[in-house]
Design a protein around this ligand. Structure first.
Ligand code: MRU
Length: 363
């Protein structure tokens, strides 16, 4: 997507085709800073500290992190060490494990001297496939937005509520939940987005709002608790969110607070869709609530907020000094609350049968 009129991706190779460039997402929307990763440790740090985040981008960064690790040592023993180091970074987004497994499958049969070139090729393929998948999610989800607009007699914009950031910054390009919004906007369908701020890290306020401003798309930032009220008053036509891990049963695990939005949508008969590329499906999990590991992050993320003060990024405390905080980063929305899954292969019901109708090779 465009940044100040220039096409950008959230991750790319530097000019030497070896180092990796990412946008430091901890500094947006106030500073647009491109950071160069040259070692496995730097890639691990970028994922752990959330300079890169969002399930597909975590997977893509892990794939390139693998390449950087191999530049340091391409022996058999080192492949396992690199894989284990990367997989430990964040537990919930399944794309991390998926990308690392994919790299191992390609690299293990090769001799050490063949591995570096093959690794860069595979990481590039993972990125290109992600872009193509998200573009297709945009096409299918954009169709839904067009239908809603037509049902409204083309008289008013389609109001979409989204949670967290599942835009292009969370993927290599296009995004998942925001891809239909970008598509609709490009097709001149009027859209308006309600952006949940998404405490504690405020990915909605920091990243989704920034993407929408950059794209010139109409939106309002709202506090996380406003969604139910807006739905009760007919101000939300559709919710679309992303997912970090989709169980084979159709349960979806996404940023903390997603479940509450789904409950409110259900109570108000607002369609609740989840957008995902196939890489986000964990076919080994059938009970999302019971089986998906939920990342617990540092209490400081709850006890403090980050913002701009006198042109400096600062953290300020918002709670009494001795208040302990808990910080589960994701929750699971059961399939029964999900109207449909928007994938690169089309839209299906949130169920094993629905997913298998689009991915029959997994049956
Ligand atoms: O903790 P984050 O910012 O990595 O969480 C991101 C999300 O929850 C996204 O909604 C999800 O990864 C889908 S991104 C296309």
């Amino acid at each position: 997507m465009d940044v100040h009129g220039n096409p950008y991706r959230s991750i790319r190779l530097s000019q030497d085709d070896r180092q990796v460039e990412i946008i430091d997402q901890t500094r947006l929307p106030h500073e647009f800073v491109v950071v160069r990763l040259s070692t496995l440790d730097q890639a691990v740090e970028a994922i752990c500290d959330m300079q890169v985040r969002g399930a597909p981008l975590i997977g893509a960064t892990a794939a390139y992190g693998f390449c950087l690790g191999l530049l340091e040592n391409a022996e058999d023993k080192s492949l396992r060490v690199i894989a284990d180091t990367l997989i430990r970074c964040r537990p919930t987004a399944v794309n991390l494990r998926w990308a690392v497994q994919r790299m191992l499958t390609v690299l293990l049969p090769l001799s050490p001297s063949e591995r570096v070139a093959a690794a860069y090729e595979e990481a590039a393929a993972i990125c290109e496939e992600d872009v193509a998948a998200n573009k297709d999610i945009g096409k299918h989800g954009g169709g839904l937005l067009r239908e809603i607009w037509e049902k409204k007699g083309k008289s008013a914009p389609v109001n979409i509520l989204t949670h967290c950031n599942a835009g292009w910054l969370a993927t290599v390009d296009w995004g998942t939940a925001l891809a239909p919004v970008f598509r609709a906007h490009m097709d001149s369908i009027p859209v308006h987005v309600w952006v949940d701020e998404t405490r504690p890290r405020n990915q909605g306020a920091h990243l989704t709002a920034w993407e929408l401003v950059s794209a010139g798309i109409d939106h309002h930032l709202i506090v996380d608790n406003a969604g139910g009220h807006l739905m009760q008053h007919g101000q939300v036509d559709i919710c679309i969110v992303g997912t970090d891990r989709t169980a084979a049963s159709g349960d979806v695990c996404n940023k903390i607070g997603t479940y509450l939005k789904a409950l409110a949508a259900f109570d108000n008969q607002v369609p609740f869709y989840v957008a995902l590329p196939g890489s986000t499906i964990d076919w080994q999990v059938s009970d999302g609530v019971g089986e998906i590991p939920i990342e617990e992050r540092a209490p400081d993320e709850v006890l403090q907020v980050q913002g701009l003060h006198e042109r400096q990024l600062v953290q300020v405390g918002i709670a009494p000094a001795n208040t302990p905080a808990a910080n589960p980063a994701f929750d699971v929305t059961p399939a029964r609350l999900v109207t449909g899954l928007i994938t690169e292969r089309g839209i299906c019901s949130a169920s094993r049968a629905g997913l298998l109708s689009l991915y029959p090779e997994k049956g």
